[in-house]
Design a protein around this ligand. Sequence first.
Ligand SMILES: *Cc1c(COP(=O)(O)O)cnc(C)c1O
Length: 408
Amino acid sequence: MKALGPIPEGFEALDGELAIGGRTASALAAEAGRTPLFVYSADRLKARVASLRSAMPDRLRIHYAMKANPFAPVLAVMRELVDGFDIASGGELVLAQAAGFPTERTSFAGPGKRDEELEAAILAGVTLNCESEGEGRRALAIADRIGTAPRIAIRVNPDFELRGSGMKMGGGAKPFGVDADRVPGLARELVSGGAIWRGLHIYTGSQALDADAIIDAQANVLDCAARLSEQIGEPLVHLNMGGGFGIPYFDKDEPLDIARVGAALEERFASLPAILADTEFAIELGRYLVGEAGVYLTRIVDRKVSHDTTYLITDGGLHHQLAASGNFGTVVRRNYPVAIATRFDAQPDEVVNVVGCLCTPLDRLADKALLPAADVGDLVAVFCAGAYGATASPAAFLGQGPAVEMLV
Ligand SMILES: *Cc1c(COP(=O)(O)O)cnc(C)c1O
């Protein structure tokens, strides 16, 4: 038997079934008209942002990194909750604009921005988080041609990283950001070239559950930002401090202690160096805001036994749940939180493998999982499905196509 990940708090049974937004899994599947489906809870999104705000200093702005979940109805909810959107492509710019998010509170990071993307962002007044000298110069040339001053921040490739982070994005050679020692020179060049200076972006990693690791990374980010601003010779207008707040996906993962992170940041904010005294500070979060608000529901289409192992075969799989299948940046596959949604309050009594419908051994949703006995027609729930599910999975693989998405 292998343990399942922890089901996020607050999911309850209604008529014996998992309920989301006050509706049972089978009612939601009936409304969708087909399975699999992603269900996102607006109430959970709101509660999440509210609890985060109460833990963080008032001065800290909260940005949503929309690559975690760009579903339009989710963006419409997030628009009312957060202070900024962070985008990572021209496609996401279109989605952010369609969601009616103010472009002057949108910033655009990501390596390899094409000229068309830079132009669209400059025209829209989005802040470019500049990833290289070459990109900065292209942005200036485009701005010159279209006669619009570009709002530019520099993404720093810092000399440190977020300890214990799921995906390391700082420290050493990286395709992201400008090496710290070259930032002051580029900043001066961009400003004298006509850019509106929007400060620094320092992203150190993601999916950290250890408050101390985040506290250390934030302290390093503030020190680095102060040092670079001294070298640039201007007070810092805006600092995107990165994010990296993780959520528990696996057995023994503990939720991040945001109260501690917030208290430490409050303390740092109380004793800032002069060059950061008037800085606007922001964190950018993806999965922390939306991950636990989403559930993936997939129907069991077959139940079979092979060499004494019971398989529950579902109509979903890695084409919607690449991360849960263990194929999105994980070294050792572990089980996500999974349940039989239509028997949510039943006692677990058999060990089964839950798999998807793709013809590949990679397509696993839960290995050797202890679950209530389930059969064809039952719905399986995969939790933590609100981030990096629908859009971070190869939906076209094997001709399957996308899942239904619903906000309730
Ligand atoms: C992906 C990404 C994020 C969001 O990461 P999460 O782990 O979902 O919070 C934030 N900022 C940058 C620069 C990113 O690349």
